[in-house]
Design a protein around this ligand. Sequence first.
Ligand SMILES: Nc1nc2c(ncn2[C@@H]2O[C@H](COP(=O)(O)OP(=O)(O)OP(=O)(O)O)[C@@H](O)[C@H]2O)c(=O)[nH]1
Length: 297
Amino acid sequence: MMSISGYKTGYVAIVGRPNVGKSTLLNHLIKQKISITSRKAQTTRFRIHGILTDAHSQFIFVDTPGFQRRYRSQLNQLMNRVVQQSMQDVDVILFVVEAGRFGHEDELVLEQLPNNIPVILVINKTDFLTDKLQLLPFMQKMANLFDFATIVPVSALQNKQLSDLTAAIRNHLPENPPFFTEDEITDRSERFLAAELLREKVFRQIGEEVPYSVSVMIEQFTQEGNLYRIHACILVERENQKAIIIGKQGKKLKDMATQARKDMEALFGSKVYLEVWVKVRSGWADDAVALKSLGYE
Ligand SMILES: Nc1nc2c(ncn2[C@@H]2O[C@H](COP(=O)(O)OP(=O)(O)OP(=O)(O)O)[C@@H](O)[C@H]2O)c(=O)[nH]1
C-alpha cells in the first residue's frame, strides 16, 4: 500500500569497469560535492559518495568494497561471493557500460552482479554515437547477457537522459522517508571537506591494496588572504601500506596531492598550498586524535 507521502529513499551502488564514466555520472547526478555530517553515515556498511534529494525521493549513492578492484586478475568464485555479500543492502545497482563497447573488463564486473537486487544497465557516452539507431542492437545484445531491471542510455557528460535514469532508479527504491535531512548533508567545514577530498584520492588510487584502514588527518588549516595553507597527514596501519601510498619515487603521493589540491582550489575558490605526509599510526591514541581532527568525537 502506498504511504501518504509516497516518498522513496534507498541505497544505490554504481559499478562498472574503470573509465566508463561512473564518477562523471555521479557528479552530474548530484551536481555538487557534499559531505555527510550525520553519525548515521558511519553506522551504514557503506561509504557514502553522495546524496541526491528531491521532492519525491532521496538517492543515497554508496561505494561497494570489492568493486573498487582494478580487475587486474580474474576474479574467482570466492571473490564473487564476497562482493555479492557487500551488495546485499543496496536497493538498486547501476551497471555502467560505454555505448557500443562491451569487453572483457566489463564482463568481469557483470559476473559479480547479484541476481536478487535490481540492476539497471546504464549505457553511457551515447554522445559518441552518430546514429542513435546503433544503440538498438547493442541494447539487444546486453539484454541477452543479464536480466536487467531496465536499460537507460545516457550521456553523463552532456547531462542527457539523466532524468530518465533517476526516474528508473526511483521505480526500484522502497518507500521510506528521507534518511538524511538537509542539515545532515550540507558542508560541515572546509577543513572537513579538505580531508574528504584527499581521502577520496587515496581510495581512488589505491583502493585495492589499502582498503578501509586509511584515515586522513588535517594537521594545519590556515587562510592567508587568498591562500589556504593545509598540512595533511595520511595515516596507515603498516609500513608496507605507507610504501604503497607513496609509490615509486613518491609519484603516487604526488599525484594524489596534486589532484586533491586542484579539487580544493575549485571548491574553495582559492589558491591552496597543500603538504601531505604519510605516517604509520602507532595505536588507538592516534586514532582518537585522527577522529577529532575529522570532527568526530
Ligand atoms: N564523451 C563522453 N565522455 C564521458 C562521458 N562520461 C564520462 N566521460 C569521460 O570518460 C572519462 C572517464 O570518466 P570517469 O567518470 O572518470 O570514469 P570512471 O568510471 O569513474 O573511472 P574510474 O574512476 O577509473 O573507475 C572522462 O574523461 C570523462 O570525461 C559521456 O557521457 N560522454
